[in-house]
Design a binder for this molecule. Structure first.
Ligand code: G3P
Length: 220
């Protein structure tokens, strides 16, 4: 399973990249706004900066703001031209699916976002989306089961031999990451605290303290 970080914060992207386990970055308009990145020129520069931080062969999802087919195609092409890492993120709407099918035809990679059902997952796969982003946490928020959705889509994609990669998004906790892996996600995109939470285990801390104490006792 690939690990992406879900943020537009450059320091957090650097911190995750320094761990040596980062495969990519996802952003969305809310995350860009949170960092105070406004205006097209600044947004494009920020995407370029993210691509430079993560280095070669790492995917960086950049979301279109346009909601009509023509606008999405124009904006997506501008984003794709920015850097070879860019994957164009497109919402799950009829125009979005049409744009994904067009991008597939011309060789631009896509991430279909705002996915909340298996039916939507089938549409995105048919259009040839590179990635599919089901929003685990937001499904949980309405007391449905986000991880069950990942499992359902994974079963369908395996059965139908769809090549679209399942990118579990709206991940909120370290447990979500483990559950997404078990449910068949190909990629998980998470905030930095959820990634760092995976490290935590009291027996690791106790064991390390014991090893160091024994070493000190023996070596002075
Ligand atoms: O990748 C989508 C993600 O950013 C949404 O997360 O926590 O706002 O539901 P959240």
């Amino acid at each position: 399973m690939l690990f992406f970080i879900d943020t537009a914060n450059l320091d957090q992207i650097r911190e995750a990249a320094a761990l040596g386990i980062l495969d990519g970055v996802t952003t969305n308009p809310s995350l860009m706004a949170k960092e105070g990145i406004t205006g097209e020129a600044n947004v494009l520069k920020h995407y370029r900066d993210i691509c430079e931080i993560v280095g070669e062969d790492r995917d960086v999802s950049a979301e279109v703001i346009a909601t009509d087919f023509k606008g999405m195609v124009e904006e997506g092409k501008r984003l794709a031209e920015l850097h070879e890492n860019i994957v164009v993120k497109v919402p799950m709407t009829p125009d979005g699916v049409k744009a994904i099918a067009h991008f597939t035809e011309i060789g631009i990679r896509t991430n279909c976002t705002l996915v909340f059902s298996a039916g939507q997952a089938i549409l995105a796969a048919k259009a040839g989306a590179t990635y599919l982003s089901p929003f685990v946490g937001r499904v949980d928020d309405i007391t449905w089961d986000g991880i069950a959705l990942i499992k359902e889509i994974s079963e369908i994609y395996d059965m139908q031999a769809y090549e679209t990669a399942i990118l579990a998004a709206s991940i909120r906790t370290p447990l979500h990451i483990v559950q997404a892996a078990k449910a068949g996600a190909d990629v998980v995109t998470c905030p930095l605290p959820a990634i760092m939470g995976l490290f935590k285990h009291p027996l690791t801390d106790i064991g390390l303290a014991q090893f160091l104490a024994d070493h000190k006792k023996a070596n002075g």
